[in-house]
Every structure is written in structure tokens, then in C-alpha cells.
Design a protein. Structure first.
Length: 319
């Protein structure tokens, strides 16, 4: 687990003074350089650009499939000043049995961004198309080393779902290697310890721009016409009905006060709509996609939870 706290000229002030609070804490459920860390830092910069006066501290808690970060926010005083930046692991971890914490233990506050999943290969790799990868795995499930940022995650589903749709039955034998987060995964790909990295598009940007790796597949619904994944094959291009839209958002503990929820939603909306947030998102290939908690829960989280449960049950990973 990596724990890093960042502040910007933090005065020594009391954090329990109602709303708006003088200070808030954002726990990023990932290590520096990963997608959740980037989302938290973009939000912090957006808050400052939007003139939100509350000062945000970012604490990085990587590893453990996000479980340590989510546990940390539940262990703190439920005064509305501590939240966790997380992905769909908030329910995937419970489905796969890595934690007793479930979606019911948290308050969805707001979705911030969406991001597609990609397959990355080194520029000199023999696996330069998704068909070559899948054909090799179909012949021998152990023949390709897939690196994924964490388990459970969309990184994992972005391997399991295409493999299943391609007719690979022995999914349990796939050579999936999990790392603490996307930042560590990138280093493993460059070092040749994995053949294919399944990760978020935003986490792939720097590597793709360096020319060391290339995107060979993207989980978008149709071919992208700009950005680093421009022209990359989609799963739909391979006649698979698979779209994975990797979201990141903010959760508080269950029972969070309405006052706190309203403040966070207004502040986060201001951040996401700021030019600073939009510029950083554009540079990373992330889509700003603010959505308040109730709408997010009903239209995104619960339907995805149902679909993910069915997929994970099919491959024997649901507990």
C-alpha cells in the first residue's frame, strides 16, 4: 500500500466546522500515477480553479483491490469531510469475495469521468493485433501473459469478456498477472514481464506517446477518430457485443448527511466544469462526465453491477 498525502499551503485549521468545511480529504484508491490518483489531482486542481475555498488533501492508498482505501473512509468520522475516489471495485470486490464491504456501505456522491479500457503491447511485440492474442490463447491459455492493474477490475473484465466471446472456455487457466494499479503495470509491460497490458486509456497515454507501446484494442462502442486510440480495433469490430466504459467517481460512507452530499456535489460539479479540469482530461484522453449520485446509482452503477455479476458467475469468480 502506498500512502502519500499532498497539500497546498495547508494552514493548521479544524476540519469539523460544518459546511462548507475548511478542509476535506480525498482518499485515492490507487498509487501515484494511476487513474484514480489522476482523477483526484484533476479534481483538486479544478476545485481551486473554480474558486472552491475548502482545501483538499489527497491521500494515496494503493493495492488490495481498493479495499484498504474504502475501509479507511469507513473508519473515519462520518462528518462528510472524507471521501474515497474509486471505480467499480466498490461492488466488484464484494462480488468476488475479497471483502465484506458492499455497495450498501457507501454513498455514491458523483461520477467524475469515464474512460475506455485498452490492450497495450510493446511496439516490437509479436502480438500486434487482438486476433493474434486471442488465437494464441485459444491454442494455449497460458501462452500470453496478461497484466492487469488490480483484481477485481475492468482491467480484468477487459480480458475475460473478449476471451469468453472468442470461444475460449478455460478462462480460469488464463495467465493473468495482477499488480497494485495501472502505474505499476506500465512498468511491467515495458520491462517485458507481461505481453499485454489491459488498462485504462488515460493510464496508457504517456507510454503511447513515447512510442514504446501501441494500443491494439479499445473497449469503445465504435472506432475512435482521434486521440491515442484513433483507429484501434474495438471488440465490436471483432463481432463481440462488448463495450467497457471505465468510470471513476467519489463515494462517502453510508449515512452521509444530506448537507455534506449537497456540498460535495456542487463542488465536484464546479470542478469538472472548470477549464482546468477539462484541459487535463483532454490531455489524458479522459471524458469529463459529471453525474450526481442518485442518477449515477440508478443508471450506471446498479445495471453494471448486475451485468458484472452475471459475467463473473459465468467464469466462476463470483463468491
Amino acid at each position: 500500500m502506498t500512502l502519500i498525502s499532498t497539500t497546498a499551503c495547508m494552514p493548521d485549521i479544524d476540519r469539523n466546522e460544518g459546511f462548507p468545511p475548511p478542509r476535506v480529504t480525498a482518499i485515492a484508491a490507487g498509487s501515484p500515477g494511476g487513474g484514480l490518483d489522476l482523477a483526484a489531482r484533476m479534481t483538486k486542481d479544478g476545485l481551486e480553479a473554480a474558486g472552491v475555498e475548502s482545501l483538499m488533501t489527497i491521500e494515496n492508498m494503493g493495492g488490495g483491490g481498493g479495499n484498504p482505501a474504502r475501509a479507511a473512509v469507513l473508519q473515519r468520522e462520518n462528518d462528510g469531510t472524507s471521501v474515497v475516489f474509486e471505480s467499480n471495485r466498490v461492488f466488484l470486490s464484494h462480488i468476488t469475495g475479497t471483502t465484506d464491504m458492499s455497495l450498501d456501505d457507501f454513498t455514491p456522491i458523483a461520477q467524475l469521468t469515464t474512460d475506455y479500457e485498452v490492450w497495450l503491447a510493446r511496439s516490437d511485440s509479436e502480438f500486434d493485433t487482438p486476433e493474434k492474442v486471442l488465437d494464441s490463447v485459444k491454442d494455449d491459455p497460458k501462452s500470453v501473459k496478461f497484466g492487469i492493474g488490480t483484481v477485481p477490475s475492468d482491467d480484468q473484465l477487459n480480458v475475460l469478456r473478449p476471451a469468453s466471446e472468442y470461444g475460449i472456455d478455460d478462462l480460469a487457466s488464463l495467465n493473468l498477472i495482477a499488480f497494485s494499479d495501472g502505474g505499476d503495470l506500465n512498468n511491467e509491460l515495458l520491462g517485458g514481464r507481461v505481453d499485454i497490458a489491459s488498462t485504462g486509456l488515460s493510464e496508457a497515454m504517456e507510454l503511447v506517446e513515447s512510442g514504446d507501446v501501441e494500443i491494439i484494442a479499445v473497449s469503445a462502442p465504435k472506432t475512435l477518430t482521434d486521440g491515442p486510440a484513433e483507429g484501434a480495433p474495438t471488440w465490436h469490430d471483432l463481432d463481440m457485443d462488448i463495450t467497457i466504459n471505465h468510470w471513476r467517481g467519489v463515494f462517502g460512507p453510508a449515512g452521509m448527511s444530506e448537507e455534506a452530499i449537497r456540498w460535495w456535489q456542487a463542488s465536484l460539479k464546479s470542478s469538472v466544469e472548470s477549464d482546468e479540469f477539462k484541459d487535463q482530461a483532454d490531455a489524458l484522453g479522459i471524458d469529463p462526465a459529471y453525474m450526481p449520485g442518485d442518477e449515477w446509482l440508478d443508471s450506471v452503477i446498479l445495471p453494471e453491477k448486475k451485468e458484472s455479476t452475471e459475467v463473473l458467475e459465468k467464469v466462476g469468480l463470483a463468491k
